[in-house]
Design a protein around this ligand. Structure first.
Ligand code: HEC
Ligand code: HEC
Ligand code: HEC
Length: 419
């Protein structure tokens, strides 16, 4: 009898705890038209929204800005971003600022359902209330767009949103981190909060949380290597404050190379920030550096390994026009030579392959000007492998990478190349 009472009481407590962890109330909808914020608030909000790259994930390919529908590929399936324009029916038009704050701080939607951490609220939670409120004012001043949410493509197990409550227990430390004094502290506030740099530059564990104890150790994201930000030393020249500011605000650093792949839209947004913000982020990144390990950088004597000669002629035909040191492009101020490029000196050929397959940016893109065409259709997988041998030996003065074929197959789509 006694034992049964204890058991009953224990399960009652467990249920109550589970309920408290997994249940969130729906917050009341606002009614009527919101009072428009003043121009200064909206301008500050635009800056916060650029710091947070909100437009990148909340805009579908060729879609309207902030209307959502962009698919984020995660190891668990595809998650679609939602409409954050002020449309009353399909967007956040009826959200109070409290509901918006709760979403960014706790990863909970207005109606109380948990949001997937593909939305980086584990970082946005560190933003100050004032910044969140400004972002709200900015988004509420956009044109409402009627865009219903798209259905996620997830296996049943991951569709059970209440279980995200347990994920949050492990990975979410909610609450603003007040910005301390000084430039580095301002940079920390921007990078760890709105900038969410760690969401790509920190390795993720098997349930998609940032691994504890490994902040900024580098990770693979969307098939690209996001290099470690705490050991920016695979480069031949040290990263200086000036080089980092150039890279982050223009997408290219004369002694390191260009920002491509998932880093490119980050830079597009950073380029809209006041220079002082980017300088602060750069100072913070430099403050993260760990001492250099022992490096085995003995340059190899450029011999002629298999594939080198084929690579050399492909390079002469398709790449030299831009990349040969004598090419007109190289004469432009600030153009990095391939012998300093991060991707050529990296431990894996992943980013070099991605760059060749996907190119960099779009021609005539406003803002960031760096452009390289995609060679996906022009080169076979074997051509790419040969080019890699050539690039690595000639420009990197290193042994060719091993096991390149697996990554080429993963990144490119063979068969599209002309015979
Ligand atoms: C890395 C991609 C990514 C970025 C960057 C991002 N979001 Fe999202 N956001 C998402 C995804 C995906 C969802 C949907 C999550 C879900 O359905 O569980 C989402 C959901 C939301 C929601 C909840 C909407 C609803 O209807 O429940 C809000 C609010 C939101 N985001 C605001 C923002 C703001 C503001 C920013 C910039 C500070 C931002 N997001 C940046 C991916 C992103
Ligand atoms: C969406 C994912 C993503 C986010 C968010 C992101 N990065 Fe990156 N970052 C990358 C990838 C991928 C690369 C490699 C790009 C390349 O090789 O062209 C990169 C490259 C870099 C590099 C160049 C490193 C080197 O060794 O060449 C720096 C510096 C950098 N990021 C800093 C930042 C900072 C600071 C932030 C936050 C403000 C940030 N990144 C946010 C994905 C991201
Ligand atoms: C139309 C000009 C153009 C052509 C043609 C071109 N590239 Fe590029 N490439 C660029 C630009 C611009 C960059 C950005 C860095 C810079 O400014 O040097 C770049 C960057 C790269 C990088 C990355 C460097 C880094 O930042 O880590 C690699 C690798 C590369 N190119 C290889 C090639 C190869 C291989 C070919 C031929 C198959 C080629 N490129 C053809 C313009 C070009």
């Amino acid at each position: 009898m006694k034992r049964r009472t204890v058991l009953l009481a224990a399960s009652g407590v467990l249920c109550a705890v589970a309920f408290a962890i997994m249940w969130r109330p729906s917050l009341r909808e606002t009614t009527g038209t919101p009072i428009p914020a003043d121009a200064a608030t909206i301008a500050r909000g635009a800056r916060v929204v650029a710091q947070g790259d909100c437009i990148v994930c909340h805009t579908a390919r060729e879609g309207t800005s902030y209307a959502g529908g962009y698919g984020l590929k995660t190891p668990f399936g595809t998650i679609y971003s939602t409409n954050i324009t002020p449309d009353a029916a399909t967007g956040i038009g009826r959200w109070s600022v409290d509901a918006f704050r709760r979403a960014l701080r706790h990863g909970v939607s207005r109606d109380g359902h948990f949001l997937y951490p593909a939305f980086p609220y584990v970082h946005y939670t560190r933003m100050a209330d004032a910044d969140i409120d400004d972002a709200y004012a900015f988004l509420m001043s956009r044109r409402p767009v009627d865009a219903p949410p798209r259905k996620n493509e997830l296996p049943l197990l991951f569709r059970l949103r209440p279980s995200l409550a347990f994920w949050n227990l492990l990975f979410l430390k909610s609450g603003a981190v007040p910005a301390g004094r000084g430039v580095v502290e301002r940079g920390r506030y921007l990078a760890e909060g709105a900038g969410h740099c760690a969401s790509c530059h920190t390795p993720l564990d098997f349930i998609g949380g940032e691994e504890h104890g490994k902040p900024y150790d580098g990770a693979t994201v969307d098939g690209w290597d996001a290099p470690p930000l705490n050991r920016l030393d695979s480069a031949t020249r040290p990263w200086t404050q000036g080089q980092l500011v150039d890279y982050l605000s223009t997408g290219v650093a004369s002694e390191h190379g260009a920002a491509a792949g998932p880093m490119r839209p980050v830079v597009d947004n950073l380029s809209k920030l006041p220079r002082a913000d980017v300088e602060a982020i750069a100072s913070y990144v430099l403050s993260l550096q760990k001492p250099r390990g022992v490096r085995n950088d003995t340059p190899v004597n450029p011999s002629m390994p298999a594939g080198y000669a084929e690579g050399a002629s492909l390079f002469a035909g398709g790449c030299a026009g831009c990349h040969e040191p004598s090419a007109p492009m190289m004469a432009m101020e600030g153009r990095p030579s391939l012998d300093m490029a991060t991707s050529i000196h990296a431990d894996t050929p992943r980013n070099a392959i991605q760059t060749i397959v996907n190119g960099i940016g779009l021609p005539d893109e406003p803002g960031v000007s760096v452009y390289m065409p995609s060679f996906d259709d022009a080169l076979s997988n074997r051509d790419i492998a040969n080019l890699l041998v050539y690039l690595r030996v000639r420009f990197g003065k290193k042994e060719p990478w091993r096991a390149t074929n697996k990554i080429i197959e993963e990144v490119g789509k063979d068969g599209s190349a002309p015979p």
